[in-house]
Design a protein around this ligand. Structure first.
Ligand code: 2HG
Ligand code: ZN
Length: 466
């Protein structure tokens, strides 16, 4: 180890004490990786600051010592954005996990970046409000990570993405300065909105240390309906039929193979007896008999058109939750097969053509592999997971899937779609960024990074190489 790195470690150890500056193998392994499993964690150490001033001091010392930093939240990411494989210092926000203020007039909540998403959701509910960005990992993900990746989730069709709920952000940049961005304002047209540059920047511009979030009224009597569909074409036809009549809180889809795995591994029941190639899960507000009548009429119409073969509606909260698990448990269930993940999107109007083309590629190139289709199809977002056979080494599997991804991404490029709808670019999609962003855009992004982070110490090598 060089003297400079040794001095740096000594300084941080003095600043944070033994409990908050960790160098043992177990901690480095634990904090040095996210939910991806394709790179080996190898950070030089892990720092657990408790205040903004400590984050600033750590960043300044890292800058002087020339040590790169990987900001770390709940590490539930799926693109390798929080991987520390090259001797970086991990700054984990776990101890900055307090809710600092609740404002009933503004319907807002201010908290430290390490606050767990579920806690924010629970506090909002205690005040008859909701924080409406929700996803399966909300019990362990942290709000700072949600913002850094602009997390989406299961109700984007109604409530939008994380950035839509962030009204204030405090960020420590790569120079150790603190930016206090937008300060909870609803209206603020005073030049560039830097808050929106930080949302989705995956830790490459700075470390989010505090956030102000907007809350809203909860939906009235949400109900779930699961429909059995004969074909992929029916998925979009049914979406159109429902959207034309009632506002939707969610529109998700999944394939029979996805359902099969979830039922087998999570001990859940099939929604109904019929086995169909695809299923749609819709959520809507139940406003009384008029809603029942409208739903019945749409389902009847869809059945007459042969887009729907069977249907079940939740009759109470526990049924609603069980039906949601059929969709929400997919990602966790299939993790045991080290899946290769595609998280891709087009505009909603393009989805039918897009699904058909992707289906063609998948059928031709993955005929020997298990392919799991699901996603937030009401947002134009498809999660296509390819399962690794036990007999194939991870590296060989990754290489094969990467080659197929290039074909899928060519379709996306031609359609002006996105190679990463919600999980972010991280390491996993870095080589493919050019399929969704132009050379000019990438050059501007690099220029912006160099202003926030002149020495390239903030999560270097993620999104793009500088
Ligand atoms: C979901 O929608 C998550 O369940 C995870 O975004 C998707 O694991 C995936 O591919
Ligand atoms: Zn998703």
């Amino acid at each position: 180890m060089t003297t400079r790195l040794n001095d740096f470690r000594k300084q941080l150890s003095q600043l944070l004490g033994e409990q908050r500056f960790l160098t043992d193998d177990r901690s480095r392994h634990h904090y040095g990786r996210d939910w991806t499993r394709f790179a080996t964690p190898n950070p030089c150490a892990v720092a657990l600051p408790e205040t903004i001033a400590e984050v600033q001091a750590i960043v300044r010392k890292a800058r002087t010592a020339g040590v790169a930093i990987v900001p770390s939240g709940g590490r539930t990411g799926l693109s390798g954005g929080a991987m520390a494989s090259n001797g970086e210092l991990v700054i984990a926000l776990d101890r900055m996990n307090k809710v600092l203020e609740f404002n009933t007039i503004d319907r807002s909540l201010r908290c430290q970046a390490g606050t767990i998403t579920k806690l924010i959701q629970t506090i909002a509910v205690d005040h008859q409000l909701i924080y409406p960005v929700d996803f399966a990992s909300s019990g362990s993900s942290q709000i700072g990570g949600n913002i850094a990746t602009n997390a989406g989730g299961i109700q984007v069709i109604r409530y939008g993405m994380t950035r839509d709920w962030v009204s204030g952000l405090k960020v420590v940049t790569g120079t150790g300065d603190v930016l206090d961005l937008n300060r909870g304002l609803i209206k603020n047209n005073t030049g560039f909105d830097l808050r929106h540059l930080i949302a989705g920047s995956e830790g490459t511009l700075g470390i989010i240390v505090e956030a102000t979030l907007q809350l809203t009224k909860p939906p009235i009597n949400p109900r779930v309906i699961v429909l059995g569909l004969p074909s992929m074409d029916a998925v979009m036809a049914v979406l159109q039929a429902f959207r034309a009549q009632i506002p939707l809180l969610a529109y998700e889809f999944f394939s029979e193979l996805a359902l099969n795995k979830v039922i087998e591994h999570q001990e859940l029941q099939r929604p109904f007896a019929a086995v169909t190639p695809f299923y749609a899960l819709l959520e809507y507000e139940h406003l009384g008999e008029a809603t029942d009548d409208a739903i019945m009429a749409i389902v009847d119409y869809c059945m007459t058109e042969r887009w729907v073969e069977d249907a079940v509606v939740s009759q109470n909260e526990s049924q609603r939750r069980s039906l949601w698990r059929l969709r929400e448990d997919i990602s966790d269930t299939i993790a045991r097969w080290t899946p290769y993940k595609n998280d891709i999107a087009t505009t909603i109007a393009q989805v039918p053509g897009f699904l058909a083309q992707v289906d063609g590629i998948v059928a031709a190139r993955y005929s020997d592999l298990e392919v799991i289709w699901y996603g937030h199809i009401g947002d134009g977002n498809l999660h296509l997971n390819i399962l690794k056979p036990d007999s194939v080494p991870v590296a060989d599997f990754q290489a094969r899937c990467k080659a197929v991804s290039a074909d899928i991404f060519s379709v996306i490029k031609a359609m002006g779609g996105s190679i990463s709808a919600e999980h972010g670019v991280g390491l996993l999609k870095k080589d493919f960024l050019g399929y969704s962003r132009t050379i000019e855009e990438i050059a501007i992004m690099k220029g912006i990074k160099s202003v926030f982070d002149p020495d390239n110490i903030m999560n270097p090598g993620k999104i793009f190489d500088t």
